[in-house]
Design a protein around this ligand. Structure first.
Ligand code: SF4
Length: 555
C-alpha cells in the first residue's frame, strides 16, 4: 500500500487538538506531540532538515518521511519507538496498530509545541535557561549510561528539582490545612476509643483511617509551593491526591491542572519558568524529562513509598527479570511506575496472575495473550521470552493479601517450570505495599471481625485505589457497605448514592435503619477528616429526622 503523506497531514489536522501521540507503548498517557513532519523526498538518512535524524526510517520505501522531534537529544535518538498509522484510515493517535501496512519509526519523546503539518523541519529555536543548560549535560550523560535509573537520578539532582518543600512557608501551609481539613468530631471519636453515640446512632471508627503520611506530606508541599511562588504560574500534572475537595481547593488557589483527555496529557501550555507540582502518585519519567528540559521549577511530592517501588524495578532490571506489577494499568501510580521499568507486565488480580502462570507453565495462544494485556505491557513484550524470569512489584495501594498470594504463585510457577536450582535467578519479590495501606486494611478487618456494625460507610475519592479495596473487604465479608466520596452522596430523605468496589454506581433508599443502629466508618488515605465529619453529620440528621416522623406518616 502506498503511503500518502498529505493524507497523514490531513489526519493530524483532524485530530481533536492537532495532536499525535507517540510513546514507548501504546496506551501510556504519553505526551502530545505537535508533530512537525518533513515531507521531503529524500533518501533515508538524507533529510535536509539539518538535524541528525537517526530515526529516519519509513515503511514505504518510495516516500521517506522524517518524523523528527523538535529538540533531539541522545536520549531521543536512543529511544526509538514504533508507531503505526494507516494510510487513508484514521490515525489512531493513542494506540499502536498495524493498519494498511504502513509503519513508522520515530523518536519517542515529547517535543515542543509546534505548528502542525509544517512542510519542512527547522532547527529548534527555544533558548535554554541557565537551569536547563545545567541539566542537559547531566541528562545527556545519563542517556549514554542508557539506563532509566541514571536519567531519573540526573533529573532529580537538578537545581530546579525540589523534593522537600519549602521551610519558609511550611508553618502557614500547616495552619491552613489544619483549618480546612481537621474535624472536632473525629478528634472526639479518637479520644473516646473510636466509638461515640449520638441519638440512636453508635459510630465505630476504624482505628486507622484517613489521611496517610504520604498524602499529608504531598498536600502540605502543594500548599507551601503556592505560598512560596505567589505570582508564578503553578501547574500540577494530575490530581494531587484522589479527593475531590482537596483538588478543588488547589484550583481555588490558582493551581492549574494539566489538561488531560482520556489517557493523554497536554503539556503544551507549560512554559519555562512555570512551577510544576508532581502529585503523590508520582509522574512518568518522560514527564519529568520534559519538564526539566523545558526549564520548569519542579516540586516533586511523590510519596517515598511509591519511589521505593521504582527502586524495586531497578533491582529487577539488575537481576535481568521482567517486572510483573500487581496494579491497575490505568492508575496514575502504576503508569508512573511502569515508565521506570524496561520490561514489564501489569496484572490486575489473581485471575490474571493465574492466566500468566499458566502461560509460563504450558504456553498458549500468544496472540490472545498480547491482546489481553495490550494496555498493560511494555513495548515489544514477548510472552514467550520475557517471562523466563520475573520480579514481582506492586502498586502501593493494592490489597496486601492478594499481592502476597500473587508473589507466592509466581514463585511456585518458576519453581515448577525451572526447578529449585534456578529459582533465585528466575524469581525476585519485595514487599512494597505501604504501611498506611496495610494499617487501614488491618483496621478494616478488625472492624469487620468485631461483628457489631449494622452497616459500614467507606469514605474516599471514587478513583482512590486504597479506598476501593476497603470497600471490597466489606463486600467480601458480606457486610452492607456504602462507598461515598463526599457528604453530597447522603441525602436528607435517607437516600445514599454510592459505589461498589468495582465501580458501579448505586442508589439505595432508606439505607439507614430506624431505631438504634451501629455504623462502622473508615476513610481512604486521601480523605480529610472534615469530609468524614460532614458525612457523619448527615447520618445523625437522617436518624434524627426519621425518629421525628410519626409511625405511619408519609415521608
Ligand atoms: S497510601 Fe501509602 S503510598 Fe500512597 S501516599 Fe499514602 S503512604 Fe504513600
Amino acid at each position: 500500500m502506498n503511503w500518502d503523506p498529505s493524507r497523514l497531514s490531513a489526519h493530524l489536522r483532524d485530530d481533536a487538538r492537532g495532536i499525535v501521540t507517540v510513546g514507548s507503548r501504546s496506551t501510556v498517557p504519553v505526551f502530545p506531540v505537535r508533530a512537525r513532519l518533513c515531507f521531503q523526498d529524500l533518501p533515508r538518512n538524507g533529510c535536509a532538515c539539518g538535524w541528525s535524524c537517526t530515526s529516519l526510517l519509513l515503511s514505504s520505501p518510495d516516500t521517506p518521511i522524517c518524523f523528527a522531534p523538535a529538540r533531539p537529544t541522545p536520549t531521543e535518538m536512543n529511544s526509538v519507538t514504533t508507531f503505526v498509522a494507516a494510510a487513508g484510515g484514521p490515525l489512531e493517535s493513542h494506540r499502536q496498530r498495524v493498519l494498511g501496512g504502513s509503519t513508522f519509526v520515530s523518536t519517542a519523546r515529547p517535543s515542543l509545541p509546534l505548528p502542525l503539518g509544517s512542510a519542512t523541519c527547522t532547527p529548534p529555536t527555544t533558548a535554554p535557561g541557565a537551569a536547563r543548560r545545567a541539566a542537559l549535560p547531566r541528562m545527556a550523560a545519563a542517556a549514554q549510561d542508557n539506563s532509566k535509573r541514571a536519567l531519573r537520578r540526573a533529573i532529580v539532582s537538578g537545581d530546579k528539582f525540589n523534593r522537600k518543600g519549602f521551610k519558609d512557608t511550611a508553618d502557614i501551609a500547616k495552619a491552613e490545612m489544619s483549618t480546612e481539613f481537621t474535624s472536632e468530631l473525629i478528634a472526639e471519636l479518637r479520644e473516646a476509643a473510636y466509638t461515640i453515640v449520638r441519638g440512636g446512632v453508635t459510630v465505630q471508627l476504624a482505628k486507622a483511617y484517613g489521611f496517610c503520611w504520604g498524602v499529608e506530606r504531598a498536600v502540605a508541599m502543594a500548599y507551601e509551593t503556592r505560598r512560596q511562588f505567589p505570582t508564578e504560574r503553578i501547574w500540577i500534572t494530575n490530581e494531587i491526591i484522589h479527593n475531590p475537595s482537596v483538588n478543588a481547593r488547589l484550583r481555588d488557589m490558582g493551581v492549574l491542572f494539566v489538561p488531560q483527555e482520556g489517557m493523554v496529557k497536554d503539556l503544551s501550555g507549560v512554559a519555562a519558568g512555570d512551577v510544576v507540582i508532581l502529585p503523590a502518585f508520582g509522574a512518568t519519567l518522560e514527564e519529568m524529562q520534559f519538564l526539566t528540559e523545558t526549564g520548569c521549577q519542579i516540586v516533586d511530592t511523590t510519596c517515598p513509598w511509591v519511589s521505593k517501588v521504582w527502586g524495586t524495578l531497578d533491582k529487577h532490571k539488575r537481576a535481568a527479570c521482567t517486572s510483573v506489577i500487581h496494579g491497575k494499568w490505568g492508575h496514575e501510580e502504576t503508569i508512573a511506575t511502569a515508565s521506570f521499568a524496561d520490561k514489564y507486565l501489569v496484572i490486575l488480580n489473581m485471575a490474571e496472575a493465574e492466566y500468566v502462570s499458566d502461560y509460563i507453565l504450558h504456553g498458549g495462544d500468544r496472540d490472545a495473550f498480547l491482546a489481553k494485556f495490550s494496555n498493560a505491557m511494555s513495548e515489544g513484550f514477548d510472552p514467550d521470552k520475557d517471562l523466563s524470569s520475573v520480579g514481582v512489584a506492586n502498586q502501593t495501594t493494592m490489597l496486601k493479601s492478594e499481592t502476597a498470594a500473587i508473589g507466592k504463585l509466581f514463585e511456585k510457577t518458576m519453581l515448577q517450570r525451572y526447578g529449585p536450582a534456578d529459582l533465585t535467578t528466575r524469581f525476585v519479590a519485595y514487599d512494597t505495599i505501604c504501611d498506611a495501606t496495610q494499617e487501614r486494611q488491618d483496621a478494616m478487618i478488625e472492624l469487620l471481625d468485631g461483628g457489631a456494625v449494622d452497616l459500614i460507610i467507606v469514605i474516599g475519592g471514587f478513583n482512590s485505589s486504597n479506598t476501593s479495596h476497603l470497600q471490597e473487604m466489606a463486600e467480601h465479608a458480606g457486610v452492607t457497605s456504602y462507598w461515598v466520596d463526599s457528604a453530597e452522596c447522603v441525602s436528607a430523605n435517607n437516600r445514599i448514592r454510592y459505589r461498589a468496589s468495582h465501580g458501579e454506581e448505586r442508589v439505595v433508599d432508606g439505607f439507614l435503619p430506624a431505631g438504634p443502629v451501629t455504623v462502622g466508618v473508615t476513610s481512604g488515605a486521601s480523605t480529610p477528616d472534615k469530609v468524614v465529619e460532614d458525612v457523619l453529620e448527615r447520618v445523625f440528621m437522617i436518624h434524627k429526622l426519621s425518629a421525628e416522623v410519626p409511625v405511619g406518616a408519609s415521608t
